[in-house]
Design a protein around this ligand. Structure first.
Ligand code: SF4
Ligand code: SF4
Length: 388
C-alpha cells in the first residue's frame, strides 16, 4: 500500500472512528511465511488491520483477523464483542493449523479483558501469548519474544490524543452543520470552529489536568469530567438557559430566534464537554463504569507466581517474585479496574473488591466483561488469603 493511500485511510477512518468499520475476517499471509513463522491475531476493525500490516512490512508472518464486529480491540474486548468464541472460530476455520508446526498465537494485550487465554488453549490447543499494547512495538517484540514494561503499559501520547479529538469533533461538527443549514447558515462556521476548538483543547491539554483524574483523587475527576453520570449535562444546560433568559430580558432580545441560536450553540458546547474522555483511552476508566472504587485483591494462598497478571496489566501494577512464586502489586494505585489480570489468572487468585469488602468473583468478570459488570458485588464471607 502506498504512503498516500495509507495516509488517506488513516484520515478518513479517524473521522468516522466512532462507527464500526469492519473488514473481512480470516487468514492474511504476510511475506513468505514458513512452518515456524509467527501467527498474529487481531480484530477486524479495518484501520487496525491496515496498521498491523504496515507495522509488519518485511516480516514473514501469518495474520489472523477475528470478528470484533468492526470495532477496535480495546472497546470490543471490554464490551463483550471480541470474545473467546471469535478467537477459537478463526483458529479452527482459517486453515492456519495446517500451515504451521507450532501452536503459539500472539494476541493484542488489550484484548486480555475479554479473551481468556486458558479457555482458548483448552478448546484449541493454541497457547495465547500477549503481544505489546502498541502496534508499532510488534516488530521488536517478534524479534525478542519478550515485552519490556514500556511495551506493556498504556500511554496516551500527543498523536493519539489528536486522533481522538478528530474522532469526536468530526461527527459532532458534521451533525451540527446539517442541523444549522436550514435554520441559521451564518452559525455553521462558529459552531464548527467551537466544536473543533473545544475538542482539541480538551485532548491536547490532557497532561495538564490528568493528575486530577488519578484514581486516588478520582472524586475530583468524577465531578469535573464524568458527564456520563448524574445528569450533569442537564444541570449545565439548565444553568446556561437561565443565563440566556436573564441576558435576553435585560438586552431586550427576548425572541424565538435569539433562543434558537444561542440554545443550539450552548447545546453544542455541553455535548462536546460531555465526550467520554475516559472511554477514549484505556489509561483511565470509562464514565460507563458503575463502581469506580474497586481494588484488585490478591489471594496469596492461591497465587502461584505464573505472571499472567504482569503480562496483561496495561498500568504495570504488578511485579512477580519468581523466587517466592508470588505476585505483588507495588503500583496498585495506578489500577484502572480493567479486569484483565482477573480474567487471565489461571488460579483465580484475583478478584475485584470494593472499599466495603464486597467482591466480584473472577467468573463474573469473565462472564460480564468490564462495562457490563453492573452491581455484581457480593459480601466477602471468608477470604483469609486476600491481601490488599
Ligand atoms: S495472581 Fe494469578 S496470574 Fe498473577 S502471578 Fe499469581 S497466579 Fe499468576
Ligand atoms: S491491576 Fe488493574 S489495571 Fe492492572 S490488569 Fe488488573 S484491573 Fe487492569
Amino acid at each position: 500500500m502506498s504512503w498516500l493511500k495509507y495516509a488517506l485511510i488513516n484520515v478518513a477512518e479517524t473521522c468516522f472512528r466512532m462507527l464500526p468499520i469492519p473488514t473481512r475476517t480470516g487468514l492474511i499471509t504476510l511475506g513468505n511465511p514458513g512452518r515456524n513463522s509467527p501467527v498474529i491475531l487481531t480484530c477486524n476493525f479495518h484501520l487496525t488491520v491496515v496498521r498491523v500490516k504496515r507495522a509488519l512490512r518485511g516480516i514473514d508472518a501469518y495474520l489472523l483477523v477475528a470478528n470484533s464486529r468492526g470495532i477496535n480491540v480495546w472497546c470490543a474486548a471490554t464490551g463483550g464483542l471480541f470474545t473467546n468464541h471469535d478467537v477459537i472460530s478463526v483458529l479452527k476455520t482459517s486453515g492456519i493449523e495446517d500451515l504451521v508446526d507450532h501452536r503459539h498465537v500472539i494476541l493484542p494485550q488489550l484484548a486480555a479483558t475479554g479473551i481468556e487465554g486458558k479457555y482458548v488453549r483448552k478448546k484449541t490447543g493454541w497457547i495465547v501469548q500477549w503481544g505489546p499494547v502498541d502496534i508499532k512495538d510488534l516488530p521488536v517484540y517478534l524479534q525478542q519474544r519478550k515485552k519490556t514494561p514500556a511495551m506493556r503499559q498504556v500511554s496516551f501520547p500527543a498523536e493519539q490524543r489528536f486522533e481522538m479529538a478528530v474522532a469526536w469533533a468530526f461527527p459532532i461538527s458534521l451533525v451540527a452543520g446539517l442541523i444549522l443549514l436550514p435554520l441559521w447558515r451564518g452559525g455553521i462556521l462558529p459552531a464548527v470552529s467551537l466544536t473543533w476548538g473545544l475538542a482539541l483543547a480538551i485532548f491536547m491539554t490532557f497532561p495538564l489536568y490528568q493528575q486530577w483524574l488519578n484514581p486516588k483523587s478520582e472524586r475530583i475527576g468524577f465531578v469535573l469530567f464524568d458527564f456520563g453520570r448524574g445528569g450533569v449535562q442537564l444541570i449545565l444546560l439548565a444553568g446556561i438557559f437561565a443565563g440566556l433568559v436573564v441576558v435576553a430580558k435585560y438586552t431586550g432580545q427576548f425572541s424565538g430566534t435569539f433562543f434558537l441560536r444561542w440554545g443550539i450553540m450552548s447545546t453544542l458546547v455541553v455535548l462536546v464537554l460531555s465526550l467520554d474522555l475516559m472511554g477514549s483511552t484505556p489509561l483511565y476508566k470509562s464514565g460507563l463504569h458503575t463502581d469506580r472504587f474497586l481494588n484488585v485483591a490478591l489471594d496469596v494462598n492461591k497465587c502461584k507466581g505464573a505472571g499472567f497478571c504482569e503480562q496483561v496489566c496495561p498500568r504495570n501494577c504488578y511485579d512477580v517474585d519468581h523466587h517466592r512464586h508470588l505476585a505483588t502489586q507495588p503500583r496498585a494505585d495506578l489500577c484502572v479496574q480493567c479486569g484483565a489480570c482477573i480474567v487471565q489468572c489461571p488460579f483465580d487468585a484475583l478478584c475485584f473488591e470494593s472499599p466495603n469488602g464486597e467482591t466480584i468473583a473472577p467468573e463474573m468478570v469473565r462472564k460480564f466483561k468490564l462495562n457490563l459488570l453492573g452491581k455484581r458485588l457480593v459480601k466477602t464471607k471468608d477470604r483469609p488469603g486476600i491481601k490488599q
